[in-house]
Design a binder for this molecule. Structure first.
Ligand code: FEO
Ligand code: CA
Ligand code: CA
Ligand code: CA
Length: 623
């Protein structure tokens, strides 16, 4: 069992005990170390990185970087540290104690106040079956299904700062892998309800595993929230099989033949004809205590079931927690959960049920720049039994149906949400939506103004009274992204001093208020068409005061950049390189990258990995 670090949670509690409302947001984001001497450099003083299609990580000349924790590296669990084999012959059992595939959302939890040790907690979103298995995806075996399940979920890794850079601590008493077979619990309104009950779990309370872990959140009390995004791809049956599934399941993309992988052939709980309720137990936000490797992760159903992309926490003026969430699918919605109770000092122990009681809302963006939070409560906002949301359990399980009935605005794929640490203003990425305005699909609206939106956009809003608990807000666009040189691109940037980008996805404010934008143009579209001049996916830094946006880092071929977090002292930025070499969203066996280990693209096995980036002179990142 890991020692609970005595310093780990206390700085958060101290600040939250003293502050509430917007002032406390800074405390939330700045938890942990005290800031070093005032930074005299100008924001965005670094040299912009030019767009490039190189199969490499490129950072500004004033900066350096290193690779940490690649797919397959041991997580550091004592007594279980198998090395990665480059022919992908590691077993499913070994994969369960190694870094998963396709790193995504991530947070940095300091251990103590000396700036030397920390936990990185990160998501593993999905698998490329061609890279994961030594002989590829076929024939499918139960061992391959298990390896795939074990390659998703969450890693908790310990790192330490050394004179030569950051180093993973091996072994570590904190090290943990949570994956597709880790026992966890359901809590909140849907726990124990009819739709959660299965043959294996007649009480509807215990679930095996978390899947499709994309973006994340961190609570004021120091726990990590992992979000289950494209869970629907893992449940299915033979195409055309008789199936008595609900219409709501179709809205979630679930049904015979709709699966991405055929786990159901070998692992029966993924067969929707035999276990139609099993997919209802996924699509949630899962709370994890990173400081206790023996703790049970908890699926917080009060936050609603959807392809949850992010769960960004802030505080209301009266000290409750507000959680902002995107549902990343075309024409889906933006959500907010506000807890019933106030956050208490005392860490997780004092806030164990805070995310189980509260109100869920979905956002309506009106043409005049006004916005309304529509309350998703039975009997309110037009929610009635006739649309299948008669009680609180049904509302959260079928949140998409509830939000549609309430009149929420269908968005261009809401991904990450970030809250400004000083003003409380909220920013959301809408990554792209090529179907906007297509025949039979919704046309452009004020918030999603472009047809065939490939560039993607970023919306900003301020809650009424600067209170995250408010029921209305005022919104405007921050960016309509894309390449301004393309005819009819319809781009709009906040100043002329901008490096253009496409398909914004990851979004993160550091404690100084610099906004870090991470892009995810799809692998097969990089360097072509609307994205022709934008190079590989990139990490950009925006200074809201000047409107300047500069390209800070570009990634290897085919990769997405995601999961950015800056240390509280601003000395290091950690960011994830996801799916280097991607040539199709499903993974086609071909790769365009040999990053990070080298070799010949097409035959090498590229690996998602975490990067640490820092200024050579020790100054704050982003300057
Ligand atoms: Fe996993 Fe929507 O990105
Ligand atoms: Ca994403
Ligand atoms: Ca994306
Ligand atoms: Ca991607």
């Amino acid at each position: 069992m890991a020692p609970r670090h005595p310093q780990a949670a206390s700085p958060i509690d101290r600040r939250f005990a003293l502050k509430s409302g917007v002032a406390a947001i800074a405390a939330l984001l700045g938890q942990g170390w005290t800031v070093q001497a005032a930074e005299s450099r100008l924001p965005l003083g670094f040299t912009s990185v030019a767009p490039t299609l190189r199969d490499a990580v490129v950072v500004p000349p004033e900066y350096d970087h290193q690779v940490l924790y690649r797919w397959g590296d041991p997580t550091g669990i004592p007594g279980h540290m198998p090395t990665f084999r480059s022919d992908a012959s590691n077993t499913a059992a070994e994969q369960a104690v190694q870094a998963g595939m396709h790193h995504d959302g991530m947070h940095f939890f300091p251990l103590g106040n000396d700036g030397k040790r920390a936990l990185l907690v990160l998501n593993h979103e999905y698998t490329d079956e061609h890279l994961l298995h030594a002989d590829g995806p076929r024939p499918l075996t139960l061992e391959k299904v298990r390896k795939s399940q074990n390659a998703m979920g969450v890693s908790v890794v310990e790192i330490e700062r050394t004179p030569g850079g950051w180093k993973q601590v091996l072994p570590s008493a904190y090290a943990r892998r949570i994956h597709g077979n880790t026992p966890m619990r359901l809590a909140g309104p849907a726990a124990g309800s009819a739709r959660m009950k299965t043959v294996a779990d007649p009480a509807g309370q215990q679930v095996l595993g978390t899947l499709a872990n994309c973006a994340m959140g961190v609570t004021p009390w120091g726990t990590y929230l992992t979000c289950e995004e494209n869970f629907h791809g893992y449940f299915g049956a033979d195409k055309g099989s008789p199936w008595a599934g609900e219409a709501a399941s179709q809205r979630y993309g679930i049904g015979p033949g709709a699966q991405w992988v055929d786990w159901y052939r070998l692992d029966e709980r993924f067969d929707v004809t035999k276990h139609p309720n099993e997919p209802n137990r996924f699509g949630w936000v899962v709370e994890i205590d990173p400081m206790d490797p023996t703790s049970t992760p908890i699926k917080r159903t009060a936050l609603g079931r959807k392809c949850t992309e992010s769960a960004t926490c802030t505080l209301t003026r009266d000290g409750r927690v507000a959680v902002y969430m995107g549902d990343d699918a075309r024409f889906e919605f933006i959500y907010k959960f506000v807890s019933r109770d106030r956050v208490s000092p005392g860490g997780y122990a004092a806030n164990r049920e805070l995310l189980d009681h509260g109100t869920l809302y979905a956002a309506r963006f009106d043409a005049n720049g006004h916005g309304v939070w529509l309350e998703l409560t039975p009997g309110k906002s037009g929610l009635a039994a006739s649309i299948g949301v008669a009680d609180a359990a049904e509302v959260v399980t079928h949140a998409r149906l509830a939000a549609s009935a309430a009149g929420a605005t269908p968005m261009d794929r809401p991904e990450w949400i970030a809250v400004h640490p000083q003003t409380g203003e909220v920013f959301v990425t809408l990554t792209n939506n090529h179907q906007r305005g297509a025949p039979g699909r919704p046309g452009p609206d004020a918030a999603n103004p472009r047809v065939a939106n490939l560039g993607g956009h970023i919306i900003r809003w301020s809650e009424a009274g600067a209170d995250a608990g408010a029921s209305t807000f005022e919104w405007r666009h921050f960016v309509l992204a894309g390449d301004p040189a393309q005819p009819a691109s319809g781009t709009r940037y906040p100043s002329s001093q901008v490096d253009p980008f496409g398909a914004p996805d990851g979004l993160y404010f550091d404690r100084a208020g610099l906004l870090w934008i991470q892009t995810d143009m799809s692998g097969q579209a990089i360097g072509k068409g609307a994205y022709a001049s934008l190079g590989n996916n990139a990490l950009l830094c925006a200074d809201l005061a000047s409107g300047q946006i500069k390209r800070f880092l570009t990634g290897p071929s085919g990769c997405e950049i995601t999961g950015c977090v800056v240390t509280p002292d601003r000395s290091t930025l950690f960011v994830n390189i996801q799916h280097p070499g991607e040539t199709s969203d499903a993974g086609g066996g071909m790769t365009t990258s040999a990053w990070p280990d080298g070799g010949i693209p097409g035959s090498a096995r590229p690996r998602s990995a975490t990067l640490a980036v820092w200024r050579r002179d020790g100054g704050a990142v982003g300057t």
